[in-house]
Design a protein around this ligand. Structure first.
Ligand code: PMP
Length: 461
């Protein structure tokens, strides 16, 4: 379908408030309007074709334009698009999806609460955690420990869990019950520490924060992404999550795994917590890849233990008064069921386990380039960190906008990667082959070299 791109752009500027946008840059430079997408590719309205290196926004896991997904949603919309999930009303896709998620998740997680995305899933989790401890008579147990640079969303409470300082600039947060501890950043760990010593240091710091905050009487839970995503694709030291989990259990705290990015194959498994990190969290939140981004859906998976408490409230006849009109939306749940069916049928997790290490290995060849300080991540969740000086790890000046420069060079060559300050993130659809990886790494090499030239020309390097 032909589009009048200039007219769309005028309407966009006049009426569509974009999330996470620098309005001054947007108004000056405009935006790319993506009009179509197929498999690994997206197309803009000007006839350009791009390899999608970010799966939309860490979410289009099965790739774009799957007819089956459209059909599954259309069939459900025609049969029964919506009916209330409250009280004793239910719908078939929500029931079937809940049973399927319980089958795929760690064995203690058998109860699912639905929302429309990751922020709301995390927000709701805090509400449920507080309710859970209230039912247990532990009414002062309210503090949630999160991590600096963690990303958990932008509703009021989930933004308070988020520890990325620039994300919350100018906004208020619910500081009274959220505390942030240090993130695990192996690349920028203190000089002279081995990874094992760094892990000890982080775990000890966590435990001492719990004590300072009042211990088991006050601290309710810890929330963490298995691999920190938007905060810079930070992979924690070996054994970190297991040890943080053990500290939580020692202090009567719940462990909440924010698997909004890592669930549904990105690390080669439907859920990463147990398969990759060897823990059974009390809560796992997922969204994004749950429907491969074809329609919004978030899910909070709760342990049997939490469900046993919240389903038997202290007050006779009390109702679990939390939830949304669209909790367990039939069309969204039908999409998730079809998405999981496709992932299983095509062994998409197997592809990630096969091609993921190759992607990591090939991206690491870029470390010979002058500004590439670190290449990190795991499987289909990777990141390149640019620096001015590899020895000191000093950053290029902020105004050099190196991440954006690299992303623009890539886009010129037909690849979309995501800039975050001095980082470039790759979170591709999980269908990439080795051939696609070779193509991408070639484009990245040329783009980074062109960026070095432009940095020199502009006096930044
Ligand atoms: N948690 C994590 C780990 C995320 O990466 C995101 C989104 N990038 C969210 C939560 C928020 O999800 P949503 O944007 O769907 O609200």
């Amino acid at each position: 379908m032909a589009h009048d791109i200039n007219k769309l752009w005028e309407q966009d500027k006049a009426h569509f408030i974009h999330p996470f946008t620098d309005f001054s840059v947007f108004e000056k430079e405009g935006c790319d309007i993506i009009t179509e997408s197929r498999g690994e590719y997206v197309f803009d309205g000007k006839g350009n074709k791009y390899l999608d290196g970010i799966a939309g926004l860490w979410c289009v896991n099965i790739g774009h334009g799957r007819r089956e997904m459209g059909q599954a949603m259309a069939e459900q919309a025609e049969r029964m698009a919506y009916y209330s999930p409250f009280n004793n009303l239910s719908n078939v896709p929500a029931i079937e999806l809940s049973a399927k998620l319980a089958e795929l998740a760690p064995s203690n997680l058998n109860h699912v609460f639905y929302s429309c995305g990751g922020s709301v899933a995390n927000d709701t989790t805090v509400r449920i955690v507080h309710y859970y401890f209230n039912q247990l008579g532990q009414k002062d147990k309210k503090i949630i420990i999160s991590r600096k640079n963690g990303y958990h969303g932008t509703t009021y409470v989930s933004s308070s869990l988020t520890g990325i300082e620039s994300n919350n600039w100018g906004f208020d947060t619910a500081d009274q019950f959220v505390h942030h501890v240090a993130e695990a950043n192996c690349y920028r760990r203190p000089d002279g520490m081995t990874e094992a010593q760094y892990c000890d240091y982080l775990v000890e710091d966590f435990e001492s924060s719990i004590r300072q905050l009042g211990g088991a009487d006050k601290v309710a839970a810890f929330i963490a992404e298995p691999i920190m995503g938007a905060g810079g694709v930070l992979v924690a030291p070996e054994g970190y999550h297991r040890r943080m989990y053990d500290v939580c259990k020692k202090h009567g705290m719940l462990y909440i795994a924010d698997e909004v990015v890592t669930a549904f194959g990105r690390l080669g498994h439907f859920f990463a917590s147990e398969a990759v990190f060897g823990i059974q969290p009390d809560v796992i939140n997922c969204a994004k890849g749950l429907t491969s981004g074809y329609i919004p859906l978030g899910a909070t998976l709760l342990s049997d233990e939490i469900y046993a408490v919240i389903s038997k409230p202290q007050r006779e006849g009390a109702v679990f008064s939390t939830g949304f009109t669209y909790s367990g939306h039939p069309v969204a749940c039908a999409a998730a069921l079809k998405n999981i069916e496709i992932m299983e049928r095509e062994n998409i997790c197997g592809n990630v386990r096969d091609v993921g290490p190759y992607l990591e290995q090939q991206l690491k060849t870029l470390l010979d380039l002058p500004i590439v300080g670190d290449v990190r991540g795991s499987h289909f969740m990777m990141c390149i960190e640019s620096v001015a000086d590899k020895a000191t790890k000093a950053l290029l000046p902020m105004e050099a906008n190196v991440g954006k420069r690299i992303a623009e060079q890539c886009q010129k060559r037909g690849l979309i990667v995501r800039p975050i300050a001095h980082l470039n993130v790759l979170s591709p659809p999980l269908i990439w082959s080795r051939e696609t990886v070779d193509l991408v790494v070639g484009i990245l090499r040329q783009s980074i070299l062109a960026t070095v030239e432009s940095l020199i020309e502009d006096g930044h390097y």
